[in-house]
Design a protein around this ligand. Structure first.
Ligand code: NDP
Length: 474
């Protein structure tokens, strides 16, 4: 835990220049579980200088060397798998079974698919004209990750940077520094040359901004709120950095009356409440065909009330607390706002669930009598809160679904596969999940509209970290 007070720069754990610290609190019982150092601009500078030095030789490494390093990373990740899961259980309250099967699993799943994608990647292509295209690492990358899927996000940014021969500085969320520390130890043990990977903890306003504004950082990859994504883009604009963003969502879930309602509504409710609703692509707007609206309300209420909430240390498929008081207050304020806006509470509501008054636990909440103009239907709540709205026909469903500033994901439930594809093709989103079809590692992940730009994962996730050079006259 002493390492939480240090940063990893130039291949060693160093004392920060800044003497600012922050307590790390367990969201399930409010115990202090550590103290993390919060860096400053000088810390960022040290990390950038180390990454710059390392780039000279790491950018010239052969693909085979980088694949071998990734295979070492995989071997060590497998050994440290339980440490990653326990860290996320402790720092963000992810229930341990899910911390293993989804949160920590992402470290290995993404790694395997990136190894495959790197093997496939063509670094030299001869065009019909005879010109040659080279793919080269973009340079020094600043990587900023949030607290909701801590290791998933680190893996989606750090691995492609290392795979393509870039060097990087990671600023994880200071609220979830434990898993980032374990991940850094894994990279350290894998034997990457000093300076290839650097870790600086700190707040977005100081460390994050210093990274986005830094003259010698070539690319920023950010996951978090649209608000912070705008800041990163503005700060990066002065130095014309490449910026990739994975931001918020308010994903529609269209339920047609020909769906298997019992099965698909239960799945839809569980998917919305998974990770206590703290997922950017959660299906949070349930759009229901008029003819089955009343029946869906009944199934939705029953499904939400069957969701278990409990201690993250216990095995099982229950949900845990929200990650912090900040998020607890945000979610309570949004539920309060929904009531004031005139929506009806189908189940859940304000306050903590009975018997779980100590941590940042909330009740899975469903609103109906909602219009798509209400703030609870337009804004990302990032808690276990669902809104249900009826639609008359296919065209109206598509129109409500697309009436959102976001465009990360959508969900469609119908037994008519042709209709599912017809509707999907008209949705302005980066991914459509049909009848429970889940995400697969290696498939590009990212959004349309204000949900961001760029794609993470697999071959497209590598391409974001590459520059293209053309050679004429060879
Ligand atoms: P933020 O977007 O503020 O934080 C995400 C990360 O960005 C953190 O590491 C944060 O640091 C950093 N950051 C914040 N401001 C800047 C900046 N100006 N420059 C660089 N980095 C910055 O999310 P919050 O944690 O405040 O959550 C707010 C809302 O954002 C949530 O309710 C949810 O709606 C959404 N969100 C979406 C996520 C997604 O996966 N798309 C993930 C997390 C949140 P610091 O913590 O110090 O501010």
């Amino acid at each position: 835990m002493e390492k939480l007070k240090k940063f990893f720069i130039n291949g060693t754990w160093v004392n920060p220049r800044s003497d600012e610290t922050m307590a790390v609190i367990s969201p399930s019982d409010l115990r202090q579980i550590g103290t993390v150092s919060l860096g400053n601009e000088q810390d960022v500078n040290d990390a950038v200088q180390s990454a710059k030095k390392a780039f000279t030789s790491f950018s010239k490494t052969k693909k085979k060397e980088r694949i071998d390093l990734l295979k070492d990373l995989k071997r060590i990740t497998e050994r440290r798998f339980e440490d990653l899961a326990q860290a996320m259980r402790e720092e963000m309250g992810a229930p341990i079974s899910m911390a293993r099967s989804a949160q920590a699993d992402a470290a290995l799943g993404h790694l395997e698919s990136f190894i495959g994608a790197l093997a496939e990647l063509k670094e030299r292509t001869v065009l019909d004209s005879g010109d040659v295209l080279l793919k080269e690492p973009v340079g020094i990358c600043g990587l900023i990750t949030p607290w909701n899927w801590p290791v998933n996000q680190i893996a989606l940014k750090v691995i492609p940077a290392l795979a393509t021969g870039c060097t990087c500085i990671l600023k994880p969320s200071e609220y979830t520094p434990l898993s980032a520390m374990v991940y850094t130890e894994i990279i350290e043990e894998a034997g990457y040359p000093a300076g290839v990977f650097n870790l600086v903890n700190g707040v977005g306003d100081t460390v994050g901004r210093a990274m986005s504004k830094h003259l010698e950082i070539d690319m920023m990859s950010f996951t978090g709120s649209t608000r912070a994504g705008i800041m990163v883009t503005k700060d990066s604009s002065e130095t014309i950095k490449r910026v990739t963003l994975e931001l918020g969502g308010k994903s529609p879930n269209i339920v047609f009356s020909d769906a298997n309602l019992e099965r698909d509504i239960k799945y839809s409710i569980n998917e919305c409440m998974f990770n206590t609703g703290q997922s950017c692509d959660a299906p949070t707007r349930l759009l229901v065909e008029h003819s089955c609206y009343e029946e869906v309300l009944k199934i939705a209420k029953k499904s939400a009330e069957e969701i278990l909430i409990g201690d993250p240390t216990k095995e099982g498929d229950h949900i845990g607390p929200l990650f912090d008081k900040i998020q607890f207050d945000r979610v309570q304020n949004m539920i309060d706002l929904g009531i004031k806006e005139g929506a009806s509470v189908l189940t859940g509501g304000l306050g903590k669930p009975h018997g779980l008054e100590k941590g940042w636990f909330v009740k899975p909440t469903i609103f109906y009598n909602v219009s798509n103009t209400m703030r609870i239907a337009r804004e990302e709540i990032f808690g276990p809160v669902l809104v249900i709205m009826p639609f008359k026909n296919e065209q109206e469903a598509i129109s409500i679904a697309n009436d959102s500033p976001y465009g990360l994901a959508a969900y469609v439930q119908t037994s008519d596969i042709k209709k599912a594809e017809r509707v999907s093709s008209q949705l302005r989103v980066g991914a459509v999940h049909i009848n429970g079809g889940g995400y697969n590692y290696g498939t590009p992940f990212g959004g349309y509209k204000q949900s961001g730009n760029g794609r993470e994962g697999g071959l497209m996730g590598l391409e974001d970290y590459l520059e293209t050079k053309s050679l004429h006259g060879l």
